[in-house]
Design a protein around this ligand. Structure first.
Ligand SMILES: [Mg+2]
Length: 254
């Protein structure tokens, strides 16, 4: 154990996607689900209005072209590149406009599709151990979430564990920008070396948190015995946090 390790920790910050739950399946279901909903609802509406389009919306703009559209928007608006909600809604509005929908209706349809998106996006299933883990950690540490994604933790039952929730994309400063970490630490009232950050991304979680002087738990289930720099601790799963805290000489739930 190093000297740094034994400074008492006061706070733990958590990445969300692929740290507290597996994100891939829910993203695929959300992406295809809201787009199919828009295509179907738009088709019914246009038929009801007596407007027959030669091509359905999703034929004219397959899912891949939606993604290309978002990437082009992100390049054209670099400050917004991490604000996925904005990029999605804007891309939908522009594509609906190109499809011949007037601007007011395009705005409404894009808004409705985004509501559908957000409802599906929040069907995440946290790892079964997470609820008890956060309850136990919350007795010893202040907890915050820091995400680049568009899950609003307050919409999930888990949200009650986090007094502070940082949406880095909406701050226009997605990780690895240090600002979302600094915002969390400031609001926690904790110095960086008194906090542990838990996340799965080397580039977006581990590097920026460590550079600020935080301890880092890197959730990386790939078996790899490469020695890591001091202050970075590799775990297979978030459930191993209490054992890590014990190894670091910190307060830990039993
Ligand atoms: Mg993540």
């Amino acid at each position: 154990m190093t000297m740094t390790d034994s400074i008492p920790l006061q706070a733990i910050t958590f990445d969300l996607d692929d740290t507290l739950w597996d994100n891939h399946g829910v993203m695929v279901a959300t992406e295809t689900g809201h787009y199919a909903w828009l295509d179907e609802a738009l088709h019914e509406w246009m038929t009801g209005e007596g407007r027959s389009a030669t091509q359905r919306f999703a034929e004219r703009f397959p899912l891949e072209s939606f993604e290309q559209h978002r990437r082009a928007l992100a390049r054209a608006h670099p400050l917004r590149r991490g604000d996925f909600t904005w990029l999605r809604e804007r891309a939908l509005r522009e594509m609906l406009g190109e499809y011949g929908i007037d601007p007011a209706a395009a705005e409404q349809w894009a808004g409705a599709a985004m509501e559908r998106f957000m409802a599906l996006r929040h069907r995440v299933e946290p790892h079964p151990e997470v609820e008890a883990l956060l309850t136990a950690l919350g007795r010893h540490y202040r907890l915050a979430s820091i995400t680049n994604g568009n899950v609003e933790i307050a919409r999930l039952p888990l949200g009650r564990h986090f007094s502070i929730a940082i949406a880095a994309g909406e701050m226009l400063a997605p990780k690895p920008d240090p600002r979302p970490f600094l915002a969390a630490l400031a609001r926690l009232g904790v110095a960086p070396n008194r906090a542990l950050h838990v996340g799965d991304s080397w580039r977006e979680d581990v590097e920026p948190a460590r550079r600020l002087g935080m301890q880092v738990a890197w959730i990386s289930p790939h078996i790899d015995d490469t020695p890591l720099p001091a202050g970075i601790h590799r775990l297979d799963h978030v459930r191993e946090i209490p054992a890590l805290l014990r190894r670091l000489g910190q307060k830990a739930p039993q």
